[in-house]
Design a protein around this ligand. Structure first.
Ligand code: SF4
Length: 472
């Protein structure tokens, strides 16, 4: 497999007071958000309180066809979800949106993130008689809302009651019989934006979904905010806003699409800046700068601009490969990389190459790519990474889950360089990564690089002896 950290979901919601093709809009938006999750996809459509839905494991075009999209019918509200599951497990029961009947009707919910007190909350709910169908946090959140709704006067109040108990990362799109809600946890770990198309309001994990529909971006949902959209328009509840924020800084480096704008900063510009800072922090004499497609390309451009070394295309990506299923051995993983990427001999032969990528997780994919460039005739390969080394697990909705899989936890900088076969290796510094989106209207989480978790997390192994060698 092409080893990269994975985001765990893309969200979309739409409220159309005229009740037209909300399913079609959700379907197109899911295409724009496919990069945030490839394991399952789903759309739920609400027509006057009657919710129809379709969801399954697979990519958006595998899950939806003309018939099942038509069967969703017309409606006033839709929520949609695309999911990545840790370990590439395709769990049908965890596909979202989750649709649940409760005392006030039916709700549908899609979640991006991971809640850190899930175990405790699940046990409490099970003791109260709840029966769970999956391991996904969305089910816990939905139960908490349903339970709170018994005593709250409105669904938005029930959501706020849930927010007082749930800790960790959650951006949500949710629909009740008459309302569409967008929710962001008080730290704002995961993005969520508001868009508008005619009289319709939309919610999406990334602004690229609005662009794909011709909608205009209105603003980001604030950390801690509950946005409610109904027949009277958009209302906001900000009782939980105003605390310390910590959006995932890796959204800029890798997760988000370069054509998205997150918290007022273009992802493309942030990546380009990362490359420029990298060129200042780790200069080298070379003939050509190239990026690992796709997420290394913008940073490579920045490196070339700052260093004055010509930018070129050294690797070609096969655009027609989605997921591959030949991933269980080292040899097979190497083949999977080779069918996704190929080195361009005509461009790299005889040259000293600066190769820019966004991160190194285990190091095996990086080693294969460097080997490919050498086989194609590259004289030297200087590897530059547009983020600091991963040293700590993420508890907030990505699969950077175990220190034993992170090469920077096991090896020093020189050892990693040797292991992956590069001539030199340089990572972006912590100061550097914070400078890539310095005008953003939010503070950042950088815990997978620093170990400074913005909220309490489960116990972890102590930082091992090699960690400081790389960052220091
Ligand atoms: S630990 Fe890393 S990947 Fe996880 S939310 Fe924080 S910055 Fe993002």
């Amino acid at each position: 497999m092409y080893e990269k950290p994975h985001e765990e979901c893309g969200l979309f919601g739409v409220y159309d007071p005229h009740g037209q093709a909300v399913a079609d809009e959700a379907y197109l938006a899911l295409y724009a958000l496919q990069h945030r999750g490839q394991e399952s996809a789903g759309i739920a459509v609400n027509d006057g309180g009657v919710i129809r839905f379709h969801k399954d494991v697979g990519l958006v075009p595998e899950v939806f066809n003309e018939k099942n999209l038509r069967d969703l019918g017309e409606g006033q509200i839709a929520v949609a979800h695309t999911r990545y599951s840790p370990g590439n497990k395709q769990e049908r029961a965890a596909a979202q949106p989750l649709v649940m009947r409760y005392v006030k009707g039916t709700i549908a919910i899609g979640h991006n993130g991971a809640i850190s007190n899930a175990g405790e909350l699940r046990e409490e709910l099970e003791q109260g008689g709840a029966i769970f169908q999956s391991n996904c946090d969305a089910e816990i959140i939905a139960y908490m809302i349903a339970r709170a709704r018994l005593t709250s006067g409105s669904v938005e109040k029930a959501v706020q009651m849930m927010m007082e108990k749930v800790k960790g990362a959650y951006s949500l799109v949710l629909m009740s019989p008459r309302k569409l809600l967008g929710v962001r946890d008080p730290h704002g770990f995961r993005p969520l934006s508001i868009g508008k198309l005619g009289d319709s309001y939309m919610l999406a994990s990334e602004t690229c979904a609005f662009d794909s529909l011709g909608a205009e971006f209105v603003r980001d949902v604030e950390p801690g905010e509950v946005v409610v959209i109904d027949k009277d328009g958009l209302h906001s509840h900000k009782e939980m806003c105003g605390g310390k924020t910590s959006m995932c800084i890796f959204e800029y480096v890798y997760f988000a699409r370069p054509d998205s704008v997150v918290e007022g900063v273009s992802v493309h510009v942030a990546r380009q800046r990362a490359g420029m800072i990298l060129a200042k922090e780790h200069p080298v004499e070379a003939d050509m700068v190239c990026g690992v497609p796709d997420s290394g390309l913008d940073a490579a451009l920045g490196y070339a601009q700052e260093s004055g070394i010509p930018y070129g295309i050294g690797l070609i990506k096969n655009k027609y490969i989605g997921r591959t299923f030949i991933e269980d051995t080292q040899k097979k993983r190497e083949r999977a990389v080779r069918i996704k990427l190929n080195a361009l001999s005509a461009a790299v032969k005889g040259k000293r190459i600066v190769l820019v990528d966004d991160s190194i997780v285990r190091g095996t994919t990086s080693a294969h790519i460097i080997q490919m460039l050498r086989e194609a005739g590259a004289k030297e390969v200087h590897f530059r990474i547009s983020s600091p080394p991963f040293l700590h697990p993420c508890y907030f909705g990505t699969d950077i889950s175990s220190r034993k899989h992170l090469i920077a936890c096991r090896m020093s900088l020189d050892e990693i360089c040797k292991e992956i076969g590069a001539d030199t290796l340089g990572y972006l510094s912590i100061e550097g990564i914070h400078a890539i989106a310095k005008e953003a209207r939010i503070d950042f989480c950088d815990a997978c690089f620093t170990g400074n978790y913005p909220i309490e997390v489960p116990d972890e192994m102590p930082v091992d002896k090699f960690a400081n060698k790389i960052t220091g």
